[in-house]
Design a protein around this ligand. Structure first.
Ligand code: ADP
Ligand code: GN1
Ligand code: MG
Length: 344
């Protein structure tokens, strides 16, 4: 989906309705694939993030979750997103001054730090008062269901692209059998359902030079598996190249970053049960495959879900994900040994 255009008049009236009338500029911001995000500068010097929440989300359910999560974290003194105004489908957050996000990890230290941040986020939400958060997007990380949706998109072939992706479909087909492992373990009760972030990609944590961090993009925080949070973090934070790198020879999972992620995550995520520990390395391959499946599904459906900047963008992203899976598979024994080193 290409980015929607908004008139300054529309953006201005949204801001005014939330009490912000002294804005001097409103510009597109960040590299998120779902919401329309803007940075707002004002005469007073205060800055804000304005977001048009994507229609993929059930607006009221999302708002209820976001307000519960942010107020719970604030009540514990944990720095989090500060809601300035929230009128569906728009919301305004205070700009996190001094924090930046990145699309790629650049050092072992940063990888360990990011992993600690996401593990702490899970700890911080583990005592969220009942009831559990609402499920914003059902079956969000259900890999067999994602493959089923891919099958449907390939059968319909509405964009006439199926013939171009035979290799990718075959790659996924060969992994279909192992795709249900995590959902089966959860259904069997062998793995706990926790409050998890569900979108732990590197640009969803904001970092400050003093070592502090804020976990952002709370839209998919809902009941889920810790394994997907660990795995999705590995997907982007162990990557040697961008999610949309076209030169696949540059795309692989860096072992030293993987080790730092395991170290950072397990030193804080003391809650993990055996079934989770045993599947940490596998979960990274599984969620990476799942995201590849989703990019390919969107490519076949004619780019209706993720923001895209050019016609083959989703296909390029799918290929990087499958290359990452291949790289993690090639290092599977080493990755399992690293996990054992840190959790025994
Ligand atoms: P999406 O769901 O589209 O990924 P995000 O909520 O992750 O949207 O926001 C997109 C980007 O905007 C983030 O990666 C981050 O760089 C930036 N961003 C989001 N919220 C803030 C904030 N409160 N302060 C500063 N930057 C932010
Ligand atoms: C989307 O919102 P953003 O860009 O942080 C997507 C994630 C994918 C990710 C792939 C709600 O995340 O599930 O893993 O793109 N978010 C939603 O980069 O679908
Ligand atoms: Mg995001």
């Amino acid at each position: 989906m290409s980015m929607k255009e908004y008139s300054m008049q529309e953006l201005g009236s949204v801001l005014a309705s939330m009490g912000i009338s002294d804005y001097t500029s409103v510009d597109r911001y960040g590299s998120g694939h779902i919401n329309d995000t803007f940075k707002v500068e004002t005469k007073s010097g205060k800055r804000y993030i304005l977001q048009r929440i994507s229609d993929v989300f059930p607006a009221d359910v999302l708002k209820s979750n976001i307000l519960r999560i942010t107020s719970h974290l604030q009540s514990k003194g944990v720095k989090t997103l500060e809601v300035v105004g929230y009128e569906n489908p728009w919301r305004v957050y205070r700009f996190l001054e001094g924090y930046t996000s990145t699309d790629l990890v650049t050092s072992v230290e940063q990888a360990e730090f990011v992993a600690g941040a996401f593990a702490k986020f899970q700890n911080d939400l583990s005592d969220l008062p009942e009831p559990p958060l609402l499920t914003v997007l059902p079956r969000f990380h259900d890999t067999p269901d994602r493959i089923r949706l891919l099958d449907e998109a390939a059968a319909a072939d509405v964009a006439g692209r199926k013939a171009l992706v035979a290799r990718e479909l075959d790659f996924i087909e060969r992994r279909r059998e192992s795709a249900s492992k995590v959902v089966d373990l959860m259904a069997a009760g062998a793995m706990p359902v926790r409050t998890t972030h569900n979108d732990t990609k590197i640009n969803n944590v904001m970092l400050a030079p003093d070592g502090s961090n804020v976990v952002i993009d709370l839209d998919t925080t809902m009941p889920g598996s810790a394994l997907y949070d660990f795995g999705d973090m590995v997907r982007t934070s162990s990557a040697a190249a961008a999610e949309d790198e076209k030169d696949l020879s540059k795309v692989y999972s860096k072992k030293e970053y993987f080790e730092a992620l395991v170290k950072g995550y397990t030193s804080s995520a003391k809650f993990l049960v055996d079934a989770e520990k045993e599947n940490l390395a596998f979960s990274a391959r599984l969620i990476t495959l799942t995201i590849g499946v989703r990019f390919l599904t969107d490519y076949l459906a004619g780019d209706t879900y993720f923001h895209t900047a050019y016609p083959d963008h989703n296909l390029v992203r799918c290929r990087t994900q499958l290359k990452m899976v291949e790289s993690m598979e090639a290092q599977a024994d080493e990755y399992e040994a690293i996990v054992r080193k840190y959790i025994g």
